[in-house]
Design a protein around this ligand. Structure first.
Ligand code: HEM
Length: 162
């Protein structure tokens, strides 16, 4: 139930900013890691440096193991009461964006792979210059390009485009 969740304010988070009492904010939750400071394999300074701010990015950048994550619930103080003063960093959103672009790149390379080299090159250029939002739209542009080419060729050789 959300009503019995303890909410931690920014003032509270900032009040616990020393070795004697240290709160850390990770993924919107506040943890009391005072007792853990001496045991932390990464040393106490790195955690102390994150006092009073959102430590999510620092925590995720290290690539902490599942074992490290399992220690967190034991230190939980409560949910962070978000204020406009301290915007939470959304590591999840960034990860999602990179997953989407990786998937799009994979799909693009599959499309381009089955096309003749010249069209692959055009498709590659269009895709990588962001001319098209969807990589497979080359299937739409290629026939148009060929049609325009055909009329240009006819006009050049006969003086009449049809
Ligand atoms: C209360 C939150 C934290 C917990 C429970 C925690 C736990 C751990 C654990 C168990 C390890 C050993 C490796 C692993 O299992 O992943 C570790 C390593 C490490 N942690 Fe944390 N950590 C916390 C917060 C942080 C923060 C905020 C930083 C800031 C940068 C940090 C930096 C590091 C570094 C640099 C290592 C690597 C140490 C090495 O391999 O020499 N940790 N942490």
């Amino acid at each position: 139930m959300s009503s019995d969740k303890k909410m931690v304010t920014l003032a509270e988070l900032r009040a616990h900013n020393t070795k004697d009492s240290l709160y850390i904010l990770i993924h919107g939750k506040v943890y009391d890691c005072t007792k853990f400071l001496d045991e932390h394999p990464g040393g106490d300074e790195v955690i102390l440096a994150e006092n009073g701010q959102d430590a999510t990015e620092a925590f995720e950048d290290v690539g902490h193991s599942d074992e490290a994550r399992e220690l967190l619930p034991g230190m939980l103080v409560g949910e962070f009461e978000q204020t406009s003063e301290l915007k939470l960093k959304s590591g999840a959103a960034a990860a999602q964006a990179s997953r989407i672009s990786a998937a799009a790149a994979e799909q693009g390379s599959k499309c381009v792979f089955f096309l003749p080299p010249s069209l692959s090159a055009i498709g590659y250029l269009l895709y990588h210059t962001d001319c098209l939002s969807f990589p497979c739209s080359i299937m739409y542009w290629a026939p148009i390009g060929m049609l325009v080419g055909w009329f240009a060729y006819r006009y050049y050789t006969t003086g009449a485009p049809y």
